[in-house]
Each structure stands twice: as structure tokens, then as C-alpha cells.
Design a binder for this molecule. Structure first.
Ligand code: ZN
Length: 145
């Protein structure tokens, strides 16, 4: 099949989760699904459910890493848009054949959860596009919640 199915989530770079959650969680009343740290990317991530998609708030853990750099250069704002795909390998192969540049040469795999890669903004008209294949649908009892 190899289809892009829907928007999985929208990633928003913020300076501090503690300053962003009162708005997204408390004022907008989006359900906070979870908070996790991605040490390799040097970010802390808060996931908020919004219908069938999510908002991913990204707080840098240090001054290293792509999100910290993004904040230094551009300030807070939309960092990436994630598309849910049913077959990451096939979709990445197809966009590569179309001339797009991927950020990682191999997909990043989080065992039991998901695999992902990013399309470089210069190949996607100024938008950093994340492609994510989830091994469970969001919202299933044993899914990635
Ligand atoms: Zn993301």
C-alpha cells in the first residue's frame, strides 16, 4: 500500500513545558497523554491528544540538539508536522526516488512503538516533515499511549 494516512501529530518547539502546559492542557483542555524524554535528541516531549491527532510540545534538555537550535534561530513555534504512514520503508523509498532528502539514512526505530524518519525542509517546501509508522494505533489499549 505505502500510503500517507493522516496527520499523526504537530510538533511545537517551546522554551519550557511548564510555561506551555497551562495554555495547551489547562486553558484549551487538551488531554495530556504523557511526557517522555528523548535523550538522543535532547528534548523532553509532552503529548496532548486533540481528536485523532496530537500536539507534541518539545522542550530542549540542553543547548545542543535540533530543537534548541531551532529556538535560538526562530523562537517558539511549529517545528514539524508528522504524517502517519502504513509502510515507512516504502514511503521513504518513494520520496527518495522523487529526489527528497531524508534527515536519517536509516529510520529510527523505537521497539514496540514506532519507526520514524524526517524529510528535510528543503525537500518539503520549508516544512520539516516527520514520517511515522506506528506499530499500534493511537488509542488502543495496548498501543503507544
Ligand atoms: Zn514528532
Amino acid at each position: 500500500m505505502a500510503e500517507v494516512m493522516r496527520i499523526d501529530h504537530i510538533g511545537i518547539a517551546v522554551n519550557r513545558l511548564d510555561d506551555a502546559l497551562p495554555f495547551y492542557r489547562d486553558a484549551l483542555r487538551l488531554e495530556l497523554v504523557g511526557v517522555e524524554e528523548a535523550i538522543e535528541e535532547q528534548v523532553r516531549i509532552a503529548m496532548l491528544q486533540i481528536g485523532e491527532t496530537r500536539i507534541e510540545l518539545l522542550e530542549p534538555l540542553s543547548q545542543d540538539g535540533a530543537v534548541a537550535k531551532f529556538l535560538q534561530e526562530r523562537g517558539e513555534g511549529i517545528h514539524h508536522v508528522a504524517f502517519s504512514v502504513d509502510d515507512l520503508a516504502s514511503v521513504t523509498k518513494r520520496v527518495k526516488e522523487g529526489g527528497a532528502h531524508l534527515v536519517y539514512s536509516e529510520p529510527k526505530v523505537i521497539p514496540g512503538s514506532r519507526a520514524m524518519n524526517f524529510i528535510h525542509p528543503r525537500s518539503a517546501h520549508g516544512v520539516l516533515v516527520e514520517l511515522v509508522e506506528r506499530y499500534h494505533e493511537m488509542g488502543e489499549p495496548n498501543g503507544n499511549r
